[in-house]
Design a protein around this ligand. Structure first.
Ligand SMILES: NC(=O)c1ccc[n+]([C@@H]2O[C@H](COP(=O)([O-])OP(=O)(O)OC[C@H]3O[C@@H](n4cnc5c(N)ncnc54)[C@H](OP(=O)(O)O)[C@@H]3O)[C@@H](O)[C@H]2O)c1
Length: 197
């Protein structure tokens, strides 16, 4: 059975990804506070130790990472660094370190978000992080010739809007995003950013 490393398996989207892949893949769950491995993906040493223990794997999906959601006046310089360390560099760590341990032909999918292209008030940190990560994915795809790397860019999940107490009428069910990770991992393409159309 193919082995999938799933970072963020307990989240709104990660839970659906785990369900979708669970029948065809052995899923290794990674989170900060639960799962087969517990670490902060921003900690490169912890990420390296995890991959050493796991050994070869066929797919890696990250549905994880923090970025501050707040107005420009509520953003400190440190807030930008915190988001860059977590959602941007955390996922870069997973790819840069994971590729050394991955099996030939392995496939990676990381999470960006719609704010990269469509800014909204409060989303400046996450928009910056998402755009940077998409640029990383395109650049890495050019050089990772034996493996695939893609991004999935969710819009607002219905379940997340409900958790935030918002009107979720315009939200997309998280399972629809989970299907994009499956496409990203299995399409054979590289350097793509997958959206719900
Ligand atoms: N949900 C949306 O509407 C939406 C929209 C656009 C983009 N996105 C992006 O899609 C991804 C998934 O979103 P989500 O809403 O499903 O997230 P979520 O519900 O907040 O869950 C995040 C998951 O990642 C783990 N995690 C968080 N930070 C981590 C870290 N530094 N190291 C290791 N594990 C970590 C969490 O587990 P622990 O708490 O145990 O660490 C949890 O399993 C994120 O990158 C998010 O920015 C989501």
């Amino acid at each position: 059975m193919k082995k999938l490393v799933l970072v963020g398996s307990t989240g709104v989207i990660g839970k659906k990804v785990k369900e979708l892949f669970g029948t065809d893949y052995e899923v290794i769950s990674v989170n900060r506070t639960s799962g087969d491995y517990q670490l902060d993906m921003a900690d490169a040493e912890a990420v390296e130790s995890m991959f050493k223990e796991i050994g070869g794997f066929d797919a890696l999906i990250s549905t994880s990472g923090y970025g501050k959601w707040a107005s420009i006046d509520e953003h400190s310089i440190q807030d930008f660094h915190d988001g860059l360390n977590s959602k941007l560099m955390g996922q870069v760590n997973l790819v840069m370190i994971g590729r050394k341990y991955a099996n030939a032909g392995a496939s990676f999918a990381v999470s960006t978000g719609i704010l990269a292209q469509y800014p909204v008030e409060g989303g400046l940190s996450l928009g910056m992080i998402n755009a940077g990560l998409e640029a990383f994915v395109r650049g890495a795809a050019l050089e990772m010739k034996e493996m695939n790397i893609n991004a999935v860019s969710p819009s607002f999940a219905k379940e997340t809007m409900e958790l935030m107490g918002m009107d979720s009428t315009s939200g997309v069910p998280a399972i629809e995003f989970a299907k994009l990770y499956k496409e990203a991992i299995e399409s054979g393409k590289s350097g793509e950013v997958y959206h719900v159309s």
